[in-house]
Design a protein around this ligand. Structure first.
Ligand SMILES: C[S@@+](CC[C@H](N)C(=O)[O-])C[C@H]1O[C@@H](n2cnc3c(N)ncnc32)[C@H](O)[C@@H]1O
Length: 581
């Protein structure tokens, strides 16, 4: 993305030329006011040579009006920086301030065991308001490094945003009583220019590179790189830079260059790093340079942006590379408590069934043909099943409202006569293919949930996925495999970063086709019989237990997997609806 106000020139200090507009002066002033209030509240002195004063047009006079609540609200300069930055600039620069607890935790993971504090050097290549630098300062001080020594000798940072950098400088000055020497905090593009932005950096590299680099998805208009920027990054990082490569992923490669052998790199990353196809080249690049020691995964949506995050803990070379890639998916899965399953290599669902998923044409082609079920019987209406109506081996059509085409429905049906006359070709074909005995699989659920349509009368909405057995006699066995705990754990372990969206599983047709089949055929048949009983008989918790016991035996998974699955599923559901009801 275009660094809004980049300064390629002087990287040895904070260049005043970087800030000119009134907007930037206002931002700087808001941070400066917060700094003055904070200094007053904590009875600390702020030096006169702060860059922030220059950017703000002078040290602000906040008078005597500061109230305690105002102090509390402004107590963090990084938060003041974020609040003073407009949404467009926040998006374009990927500015999201890291909460103190997270910066503390990741800094501890990076620095633990790296040597004696007075000599450990730390760099944040996209330091913004300095959340990580201040966290590192506190950590080093707690381990015996004197405050002034920390800011004089141990910390290095860069950012393309002069106001952000000035906030980091002020935060460190508040903490230590003096500003870092020239050349330590630089207005610079550390991604494009690497270590050269700190000419006086330690020769062997930094002991640790930490931070929360900007997330700049190449799908967003505000964050997409220009062709020129793309070419520059490609010249530096080679084939790791692809069309959809997020800048945050590339910061990992930059971090591996900046850290010394044996040093650590811990950067906050979007979870797409772990599973996205376009991130594969970055992962391979990291594999050649560093060992993945551990992974922190955010399970509670720390940042306001909708992106879920993680932070790999990397140890840089030397002599990494025997061709063995790091276990990115396994580390991720372990971090979120997804059990590992050793699935048998006996075959996949593709051997027994086809999987059908619809897209725009199928969805929009249905819209005009959907109406409420008529109260007096309904020959020409086929129940429309949305993802929200599907439970684990049950369907709540007619008992729970559904949403389709932006409105709520009590019992939506597809009028087949109407569809024949007005529906598009794709929608007619979709309905014709789907009106057979099948399994309907919901998307975005915590465990794989599917309902069995024995009579073949239901019409799936988009994005519901249909699994249609080649031989209808396999319907129950296919269902038993899909709704088993092993299938959920397998799907999550396959590409955890992409399969999980806010804790829910994203189900795609290729995943279902590749789902391994059980090896123990006898136990699989028992599981299938239990599924049949659960679907067609009265609700019976014992049948659910019977199914789980048989599914464990069929896939040879440990009982702990079932406990994990029950917990995830919050086990559920009243009597399942039969499709022939
Ligand atoms: C998510 S914020 C993190 C700020 C700070 N490290 C924290 O954790 O609170 C990302 C920062 O990266 C900066 N940035 C964006 N592109 C950059 C680049 N190419 N080089 C250096 N910094 C960059 C933004 O200005 C922003 O301050």
């Amino acid at each position: 993305m275009p660094p809004a106000r980049r300064n390629d020139g002087d990287c040895h200090g904070i260049d005043p030329a970087g800030v000119a507009s009134t907007d930037e002066r206002d931002r700087a002033r808001a941070v400066a006011v917060a700094a003055v209030r904070l200094a007053r509240a904590t009875r600390r002195r702020l030096p006169d040579d702060l860059r922030l004063w220059e950017l703000a047009g002078g040290r602000p006079d906040v008078g005597d009006t500061v109230t305690e609540p105002a102090l509390a609200a402004d107590a963090d300069l990084a938060a003041a920086l974020e609040a003073a930055t407009g949404p467009h600039q926040r998006r374009a620069n990927g500015l999201h301030v890291t909460p103190r607890w997270l910066a503390d935790r990741l800094v501890a993971r990076a620095l633990e065991g790296l040597g004696t504090a007075p000599a450990v050097t730390v760099c944040d290549p996209a330091c913004g308001g300095g959340a990580f630098l201040v966290a590192a300062a506190r950590w080093l001080h707690r381990r015996g490094a004197e405050r002034r020594r920390v800011v004089r000798h141990l910390l290095w940072g860069a950012d393309i945003d002069p106001v952000g950098l000035a906030a980091a400088e002020a935060a460190l000055a508040l903490w230590a009583g003096e500003v870092p020497p020239p050349g330590r905090l630089v207005v610079a593009d550390a991604l494009a220019d690497g270590g050269a932005v700190w000419p006086d950096r330690p020769g062997a590299g930094f002991h640790a590179v930490v931070g929360n680099p900007p997330f700049q998805s190449q799908l967003g208009r505000a964050t997409a790189r220009t062709p020129d920027q793309q070419a520059r990054l490609r010249a530096r990082y080679g084939p790791a830079v692809r069309a959809y490569t997020d800048a945050a992923w590339l910061f990992l490669l930059a971090g591996c260059e900046l850290a010394r052998p044996g040093g650590r790199v811990v950067l906050v990353e979007p979870q797409s790093l772990v599973g996205a196809r376009d991130a594969g080249a970055v992962r391979s690049g990291v594999d050649e340079r560093a060992r993945l020691l551990d992974m922190w995964v955010d399970e509670r949506a720390v940042f306001a942006a909708s992106v879920r995050v993680c932070a790999p803990v990397l140890e840089v070379g030397p002599g990494r590379r025997n061709g063995e890639p790091n276990a990115w998916s396994e580390r991720f899965a372990a971090a979120v408590g997804i059990p590992r399953v050793q699935t048998p290599a006996t075959g996949t669902i593709a051997d027994l069934a086809q999987v059908i998923a619809g897209f725009r044409d199928e969805y929009y082609g249905l819209v005009a043909a959907v109406r409420e079920r008529s109260p007096d019987g309904d020959d020409a209406g086929a129940p429309l099943i949305t993802s929200g109506l599907i439970d684990w081996l049950g369907c709540s059509w007619g008992r729970r409202p559904a949403r389709f085409a932006k409105r709520a429905w009590r019992a939506p049906v597809v009028d087949l006569d109407e569809l024949g006359e007005t529906g598009g070709r794709a929608a007619r074909r979709w309905v014709a293919r789907a009106r057979v005995p099948k399994l309907l699989v919901a998307t975005q659920t915590r465990v794989l949930e599917a309902a069995v349509d024995v009579g073949g009368s239901w019409v799936p909405s988009v994005p519901v996925v249909s699994v249609v057995p080649h031989d209808p006699a396999d319907l129950w066995r296919v269902a038993a495999a899909v709704v088993s705990p092993a299938a959920t754990a397998w799907l999550l372990g396959r590409a955890p970063g992409t399969a999980l969206a806010r804790g829910a599983i994203k189900v795609a047709a290729p995943d279902l086709l590749a789902l391994p089949l059980p090896a123990d055929l006898g136990a699989w048949d028992e599981a299938a019989a239990a599924v049949r009983a659960l679907t067609t008989g009265p609700a019976a918790p014992a049948a659910c237990d019977r199914f789980l016991v048989a599914a464990v035996a069929a896939y040879a998974t440990p009982p702990s997997l079932t406990a994990w699955w029950r917990e995830r599923a919050h086990t559920r559901a009243g009597r399942p609806l039969r499709s022939d009801d």
